[in-house]
Design a protein around this ligand. Structure first.
Ligand code: ATP
Ligand code: MG
Length: 276
Protein backbone atom coordinates (compact mmCIF):
# COMPACT_ATOMS: atom_id res chain seq x y z
CA UNK A 1 0.00 0.00 0.00
CA UNK A 2 1.47 3.40 -0.92
CA UNK A 3 1.65 5.89 1.91
CA UNK A 4 1.08 9.63 1.66
CA UNK A 5 2.54 11.93 4.30
CA UNK A 6 0.81 15.22 5.12
CA UNK A 7 2.11 17.88 7.46
CA UNK A 8 -0.09 20.48 9.05
CA UNK A 9 2.52 23.13 9.71
CA UNK A 10 2.25 26.84 10.19
CA UNK A 11 4.14 29.40 12.27
CA UNK A 12 0.89 30.69 13.76
CA UNK A 13 -0.53 29.35 17.00
CA UNK A 14 -4.14 28.58 17.69
CA UNK A 15 -5.33 28.49 14.07
CA UNK A 16 -6.86 25.00 14.13
CA UNK A 17 -3.88 22.84 13.15
CA UNK A 18 -4.47 20.18 15.78
CA UNK A 19 -8.25 20.26 15.45
CA UNK A 20 -7.79 19.70 11.73
CA UNK A 21 -5.10 17.02 12.16
CA UNK A 22 -7.15 14.80 14.44
CA UNK A 23 -10.56 15.30 12.86
CA UNK A 24 -9.26 14.96 9.32
CA UNK A 25 -7.45 11.79 10.40
CA UNK A 26 -10.64 10.48 11.99
CA UNK A 27 -12.59 11.33 8.85
CA UNK A 28 -10.10 9.37 6.71
CA UNK A 29 -10.22 6.46 9.17
CA UNK A 30 -14.02 6.48 8.92
CA UNK A 31 -13.58 5.93 5.17
CA UNK A 32 -11.50 2.85 6.03
CA UNK A 33 -8.25 4.56 5.09
CA UNK A 34 -5.61 3.34 7.58
CA UNK A 35 -4.34 6.57 9.09
CA UNK A 36 -1.59 7.48 11.55
CA UNK A 37 -1.39 10.80 13.39
CA UNK A 38 2.11 11.79 14.49
CA UNK A 39 2.04 14.32 17.30
CA UNK A 40 5.11 16.55 16.88
CA UNK A 41 4.00 19.17 19.38
CA UNK A 42 5.47 18.90 22.91
CA UNK A 43 2.13 20.32 24.12
CA UNK A 44 0.70 16.92 23.05
CA UNK A 45 -2.72 18.32 22.21
CA UNK A 46 -3.34 15.81 19.41
CA UNK A 47 -2.37 12.95 21.73
CA UNK A 48 -4.89 13.88 24.41
CA UNK A 49 -7.55 14.85 21.87
CA UNK A 50 -7.37 11.25 20.61
CA UNK A 51 -7.91 9.93 24.11
CA UNK A 52 -4.31 8.82 24.71
CA UNK A 53 -2.57 9.67 27.97
CA UNK A 54 0.82 11.30 27.78
CA UNK A 55 3.46 8.85 28.90
CA UNK A 56 7.13 9.47 29.52
CA UNK A 57 9.21 7.84 26.80
CA UNK A 58 6.26 7.52 24.42
CA UNK A 59 7.05 10.01 21.64
CA UNK A 60 9.47 10.44 18.77
CA UNK A 61 12.04 11.96 21.12
CA UNK A 62 13.96 8.69 21.50
CA UNK A 63 13.83 7.64 17.83
CA UNK A 64 14.88 11.14 16.69
CA UNK A 65 18.06 10.84 18.78
CA UNK A 66 18.72 7.31 17.58
CA UNK A 67 17.13 5.37 20.46
CA UNK A 68 14.40 2.91 19.49
CA UNK A 69 12.13 3.04 16.47
CA UNK A 70 9.05 5.00 15.50
CA UNK A 71 7.17 1.71 14.97
CA UNK A 72 7.53 0.97 18.70
CA UNK A 73 5.80 4.26 19.48
CA UNK A 74 2.66 3.60 17.43
CA UNK A 75 -0.34 3.47 19.75
CA UNK A 76 -3.81 2.35 18.64
CA UNK A 77 -6.75 4.64 19.42
CA UNK A 78 -10.27 3.55 20.35
CA UNK A 79 -11.30 3.95 16.70
CA UNK A 80 -10.64 1.54 13.85
CA UNK A 81 -8.02 2.52 11.24
CA UNK A 82 -6.72 5.30 13.49
CA UNK A 83 -3.40 5.18 15.36
CA UNK A 84 -1.16 7.81 16.86
CA UNK A 85 2.47 8.33 17.73
CA UNK A 86 2.00 10.35 20.90
CA UNK A 87 4.00 13.29 22.15
CA UNK A 88 5.15 14.36 25.59
CA UNK A 89 7.07 17.26 27.00
CA UNK A 90 10.50 15.67 26.38
CA UNK A 91 10.02 16.29 22.70
CA UNK A 92 10.71 19.98 23.34
CA UNK A 93 14.37 19.14 24.00
CA UNK A 94 14.80 17.75 20.51
CA UNK A 95 14.60 21.28 19.08
CA UNK A 96 18.06 21.96 20.51
CA UNK A 97 19.50 18.46 20.18
CA UNK A 98 18.65 18.16 16.51
CA UNK A 99 20.45 21.37 15.71
CA UNK A 100 23.71 19.74 16.81
CA UNK A 101 23.37 16.74 14.53
CA UNK A 102 24.41 16.27 10.94
CA UNK A 103 21.63 16.35 8.34
CA UNK A 104 19.37 17.61 11.05
CA UNK A 105 16.55 18.50 8.68
CA UNK A 106 16.23 14.93 7.44
CA UNK A 107 16.05 13.13 10.79
CA UNK A 108 12.27 12.81 10.89
CA UNK A 109 12.11 11.56 7.31
CA UNK A 110 14.58 8.79 8.20
CA UNK A 111 12.72 7.91 11.40
CA UNK A 112 9.37 7.70 9.57
CA UNK A 113 10.69 5.74 6.59
CA UNK A 114 10.10 2.27 8.10
CA UNK A 115 6.51 3.25 8.92
CA UNK A 116 5.96 4.68 5.47
CA UNK A 117 7.24 1.43 3.98
CA UNK A 118 5.49 -0.87 6.47
CA UNK A 119 2.33 -1.10 4.40
CA UNK A 120 0.33 -0.43 7.57
CA UNK A 121 -0.84 3.08 6.72
CA UNK A 122 -2.25 4.81 3.67
CA UNK A 123 -2.00 8.27 5.23
CA UNK A 124 0.24 9.84 7.85
CA UNK A 125 -0.70 13.23 9.29
CA UNK A 126 1.95 15.21 11.15
CA UNK A 127 0.65 17.74 13.69
CA UNK A 128 3.23 20.48 14.25
CA UNK A 129 3.91 22.97 17.02
CA UNK A 130 3.14 26.66 16.42
CA UNK A 131 6.56 27.75 15.20
CA UNK A 132 8.71 26.90 12.23
CA UNK A 133 11.39 25.38 14.44
CA UNK A 134 13.32 22.14 14.01
CA UNK A 135 10.28 19.87 14.35
CA UNK A 136 8.15 21.76 11.86
CA UNK A 137 11.05 22.08 9.42
CA UNK A 138 11.70 18.35 9.76
CA UNK A 139 8.03 17.72 9.03
CA UNK A 140 8.26 19.80 5.87
CA UNK A 141 11.32 17.80 4.86
CA UNK A 142 9.49 14.52 5.48
CA UNK A 143 6.10 15.29 3.93
CA UNK A 144 4.65 14.83 0.47
CA UNK A 145 2.05 17.54 0.98
CA UNK A 146 1.70 20.55 3.23
CA UNK A 147 -1.82 21.26 4.43
CA UNK A 148 -2.24 24.78 5.74
CA UNK A 149 -4.85 25.54 8.38
CA UNK A 150 -5.75 29.18 7.91
CA UNK A 151 -7.98 30.92 10.39
CA UNK A 152 -10.62 33.19 8.89
CA UNK A 153 -9.25 36.36 10.43
CA UNK A 154 -7.70 39.69 9.56
CA UNK A 155 -4.18 39.35 8.05
CA UNK A 156 -4.62 35.65 7.25
CA UNK A 157 -2.87 36.06 3.91
CA UNK A 158 0.23 37.62 5.45
CA UNK A 159 0.77 34.53 7.56
CA UNK A 160 0.31 32.37 4.51
CA UNK A 161 3.05 34.24 2.62
CA UNK A 162 5.58 33.35 5.28
CA UNK A 163 5.02 29.60 5.18
CA UNK A 164 4.97 29.57 1.39
CA UNK A 165 8.38 31.27 1.38
CA UNK A 166 9.78 28.60 3.71
CA UNK A 167 8.45 25.86 1.43
CA UNK A 168 10.13 27.51 -1.57
CA UNK A 169 13.42 27.71 0.28
CA UNK A 170 13.31 24.03 1.31
CA UNK A 171 12.57 23.05 -2.26
CA UNK A 172 15.30 25.11 -3.88
CA UNK A 173 17.82 24.01 -1.24
CA UNK A 174 17.10 20.42 -2.29
CA UNK A 175 15.91 19.41 1.17
CA UNK A 176 12.56 18.22 -0.18
CA UNK A 177 12.22 19.11 -3.87
CA UNK A 178 8.94 17.17 -4.15
CA UNK A 179 7.17 19.03 -1.34
CA UNK A 180 3.81 20.22 -2.57
CA UNK A 181 1.28 22.68 -1.19
CA UNK A 182 -1.50 20.16 -0.83
CA UNK A 183 -4.19 22.58 0.16
CA UNK A 184 -5.47 25.34 2.38
CA UNK A 185 -8.19 24.60 4.94
CA UNK A 186 -10.09 27.66 6.10
CA UNK A 187 -10.89 27.22 9.79
CA UNK A 188 -13.13 28.88 12.38
CA UNK A 189 -15.43 30.42 9.80
CA UNK A 190 -18.01 32.62 11.48
CA UNK A 191 -21.02 32.98 9.21
CA UNK A 192 -22.24 35.97 11.24
CA UNK A 193 -19.30 38.14 10.28
CA UNK A 194 -18.46 39.73 6.98
CA UNK A 195 -14.79 39.40 7.81
CA UNK A 196 -14.86 35.60 7.57
CA UNK A 197 -16.45 35.79 4.11
CA UNK A 198 -13.99 38.45 2.96
CA UNK A 199 -11.03 36.38 4.11
CA UNK A 200 -12.26 33.26 2.30
CA UNK A 201 -12.87 35.30 -0.88
CA UNK A 202 -9.44 36.85 -0.69
CA UNK A 203 -7.68 33.52 -0.24
CA UNK A 204 -9.74 32.08 -3.10
CA UNK A 205 -8.50 34.85 -5.38
CA UNK A 206 -4.88 34.03 -4.60
CA UNK A 207 -4.99 30.26 -4.22
CA UNK A 208 -8.10 29.12 -6.03
CA UNK A 209 -6.58 25.78 -6.98
CA UNK A 210 -5.38 25.03 -3.45
CA UNK A 211 -8.22 26.05 -1.18
CA UNK A 212 -10.52 23.21 -0.15
CA UNK A 213 -14.16 23.90 -0.89
CA UNK A 214 -15.06 22.69 2.60
CA UNK A 215 -14.79 25.54 5.09
CA UNK A 216 -14.67 24.62 8.79
CA UNK A 217 -17.19 26.57 10.87
CA UNK A 218 -16.45 27.98 14.30
CA UNK A 219 -18.50 25.80 16.64
CA UNK A 220 -18.34 25.15 20.36
CA UNK A 221 -18.66 21.40 19.85
CA UNK A 222 -15.32 21.30 18.00
CA UNK A 223 -13.61 23.02 20.91
CA UNK A 224 -15.27 20.77 23.50
CA UNK A 225 -14.48 17.40 21.93
CA UNK A 226 -10.72 17.37 22.79
CA UNK A 227 -11.40 17.61 26.51
CA UNK A 228 -13.34 14.35 26.18
CA UNK A 229 -10.47 12.79 24.25
CA UNK A 230 -12.62 12.28 21.19
CA UNK A 231 -12.67 13.29 17.55
CA UNK A 232 -15.82 15.23 16.67
CA UNK A 233 -17.48 12.13 15.15
CA UNK A 234 -17.38 10.32 18.48
CA UNK A 235 -18.44 13.40 20.42
CA UNK A 236 -21.28 14.82 18.32
CA UNK A 237 -21.59 13.00 15.05
CA UNK A 238 -24.32 15.17 13.53
CA UNK A 239 -22.89 18.57 14.55
CA UNK A 240 -21.88 21.10 11.87
CA UNK A 241 -18.22 20.54 12.78
CA UNK A 242 -18.56 16.80 12.16
CA UNK A 243 -20.34 17.40 8.87
CA UNK A 244 -17.57 19.77 7.78
CA UNK A 245 -14.62 17.55 8.73
CA UNK A 246 -16.33 14.56 7.12
CA UNK A 247 -16.66 16.57 3.90
CA UNK A 248 -13.03 17.66 4.16
CA UNK A 249 -12.04 14.03 4.61
CA UNK A 250 -13.80 13.10 1.40
CA UNK A 251 -12.17 15.99 -0.45
CA UNK A 252 -8.72 15.00 0.79
CA UNK A 253 -9.29 11.33 -0.07
CA UNK A 254 -10.29 12.30 -3.60
CA UNK A 255 -7.63 14.96 -4.18
CA UNK A 256 -4.82 12.63 -3.13
CA UNK A 257 -6.29 9.33 -4.34
CA UNK A 258 -6.22 7.78 -0.90
CA UNK A 259 -8.93 5.26 -1.67
CA UNK A 260 -6.94 3.07 -3.99
CA UNK A 261 -9.16 0.73 -5.88
CA UNK A 262 -8.31 -2.93 -5.38
CA UNK A 263 -6.29 -4.35 -8.23
CA UNK A 264 -8.57 -5.72 -10.95
CA UNK A 265 -8.98 -9.49 -10.82
CA UNK A 266 -6.89 -10.91 -13.62
CA UNK A 267 -8.87 -12.13 -16.61
CA UNK A 268 -8.22 -15.81 -17.28
CA UNK A 269 -5.61 -16.04 -20.02
CA UNK A 270 -6.86 -17.32 -23.35
CA UNK A 271 -5.52 -20.77 -24.08
CA UNK A 272 -2.34 -20.54 -26.07
CA UNK A 273 -2.69 -21.36 -29.73
CA UNK A 274 -1.20 -24.76 -30.45
CA UNK A 275 2.20 -24.33 -32.01
CA UNK A 276 2.47 -25.56 -35.49
P1 ATP B 1 -1.35 25.46 18.56
O1 ATP B 1 -0.64 26.39 17.66
O2 ATP B 1 -1.37 25.90 19.99
O3 ATP B 1 -0.92 24.05 18.38
P2 ATP B 1 -3.50 24.89 16.80
O4 ATP B 1 -3.17 25.65 15.58
O5 ATP B 1 -3.20 23.45 16.82
O6 ATP B 1 -2.90 25.57 18.09
P3 ATP B 1 -6.10 24.21 17.75
O7 ATP B 1 -5.55 23.71 19.04
O8 ATP B 1 -6.64 23.23 16.81
O9 ATP B 1 -5.05 25.14 17.04
O10 ATP B 1 -7.23 25.29 18.02
C1 ATP B 1 -7.00 26.39 18.91
C2 ATP B 1 -8.22 26.53 19.82
O11 ATP B 1 -9.36 26.82 19.04
C3 ATP B 1 -8.54 25.25 20.57
O12 ATP B 1 -9.05 25.59 21.82
C4 ATP B 1 -9.60 24.58 19.72
O13 ATP B 1 -10.45 23.76 20.46
C5 ATP B 1 -10.32 25.78 19.15
N1 ATP B 1 -10.87 25.53 17.81
C6 ATP B 1 -10.22 25.03 16.75
N2 ATP B 1 -11.02 24.95 15.67
C7 ATP B 1 -12.22 25.41 16.08
C8 ATP B 1 -13.48 25.60 15.43
N3 ATP B 1 -13.64 25.30 14.15
N4 ATP B 1 -14.50 26.09 16.16
C9 ATP B 1 -14.32 26.42 17.46
N5 ATP B 1 -13.19 26.28 18.12
C10 ATP B 1 -12.13 25.79 17.45
MG1 MG C 1 -1.80 22.36 17.93
Amino acid sequence: MPCTVFTIANQKGGVGKTTTAINLAAALAEQKIPTLVVDLDPQANATSALGIEKQEGKSLYGPLRGEGTALEMVTPTAWPNLSVIPSEVDLAAIEIELAQQENYLLKLRAVLDPIRNSGNYRAIILDCPPALGMLSMNSLAAADHLLIALQCEYMALEGLGQILKVVDRLKTAGVNPALDIGGVVMTMFDSRTNLSKQVVDEVKQHLSDKIFSTVIPRTVRLSEAPSFGKPIFAYDNASPGAVAYRALGREVATRFNLKDKPAPTPVAAAPAAPSA
